[in-house]
Write a protein of this length. Structure first.
Length: 309
């Protein structure tokens, strides 16, 4: 059982209330102090905020004066992570915690393994207003911030995701972030991920992420005109591998295959595909007109071809 040690809730409830009241008094005094300084040219600010944050962090770690307990359980484990916390600090940051702790001091929270793994970081943010995360922790941290309505953290994680699309990771992360953005309806993150994938498609095609691309995302990418690729043949080869792995229904596969720009593939390569590609052979009747147009494109000048197509 993972546990942050400290005194039990009932033993020092009075100390916790006094500490909370002192914190509010300190913040009020700082605001009044700033107002006083604004009219005095000789004024100076004495800032011990880092020390205060350090003490708040120690307050969480040691559990001094805690008046509430959070027990975080997952379906995969019978053990629970236990956090001795302070109701006031949680309630200031989250209206959900304010409601949960209103009539009880011990709350059991059920979380999936991904969010349970970063729950300690999440609670630490509530105390200190800052958190350091890694690429694979962005989605679970955003899920916690959304679930418990910690809006500042939610916006911060979303900004982190938009600014770290180009960061390197062994398994890739942008495709997963895009699918997550679709689920939560974050259109700004969706567009950022989609643009990054389009402009770095050659790198994505050869990565582990390619196999996790959904049909909807693949269609959006294939329909774009700003894809950055070495060649259209590279895209066809990657699509063929995707189709062989995912085995979608015939109409879906044909819609994806018809999104390829076959005139951008050299005639010799098109002949080779007709002979060697099992995917092309399987769906040849649905693509025959596009292949014919591609050969016509290469046989005639672009201006002459444009008169008819």
């Amino acid at each position: 059982m993972t546990r942050l040690t400290g005194t039990q809730p009932g033993s020092s409830r009075r100390w916790g209330c006094a500490a909370a009241a002192f914190l509010i008094l300190l913040l009020t005094a700082q605001a009044a102090h700033k107002a006083d300084l604004s009219s005095d040219a000789t004024a100076a600010t004495i800032n011990h905020s880092p020390t205060l944050l350090q003490r708040l962090q120690e307050l969480l770690q040691n559990g001094n004066g805690s008046d509430s307990v959070l027990r975080v359980r997952t379906a995969a484990s019978e053990e629970a992570k236990v956090f001795h916390t302070h109701q006031l600090l949680l309630s200031l940051q989250s209206e959900v915690f304010e409601s949960l702790l209103r009539n009880q001091s011990v709350v059991t929270l059920h979380e999936p393994p991904e969010t349970a793994a970063v729950f300690e970081k999440f609670i630490r943010y509530l105390y200190c207003g800052g958190v350091s995360i890694l690429l694979h922790q962005a989605i679970p941290m955003h899920q916690l911030a959304s679930k418990y309505r910690v809006w500042g953290l939610q916006r911060g994680v979303a900004d982190y995701m938009r600014t770290h699309l180009a960061s390197e990771s062994s398994q890739g992360h942008v495709v997963g972030w895009y699918h997550y953005a679709v689920r939560i309806g974050d259109t700004a993150l969706q567009e950022s991920c989609l643009q990054f994938l389009a402009w770095n498609l050659s790198a994505i095609l050869g990565s582990a992420e390619w196999g996790s691309v959904s049909v909807e995302l693949l269609l959006l990418l294939l329909e774009r005109s700003d894809l950055v690729l070495h060649s259209e043949l590279e895209l066809y080869t990657a699509l063929e591998a995707w189709l062989s792995r995912r085995q979608p229904e015939g109409p879906v596969a044909e819609r994806l295959l018809r999104a390829i720009r076959y005139p951008m593939i050299a005639p010799s390569q098109l002949f080779q595909l007709q002979v060697q590609s099992p995917v092309l052979a399987r769906h040849y009747s649905a693509l025959q007109d596009l292949l014919f147009q591609a050969f016509q494109f290469h046989a005639a000048s672009p201006l002459h071809f444009a008169k008819y197509f």
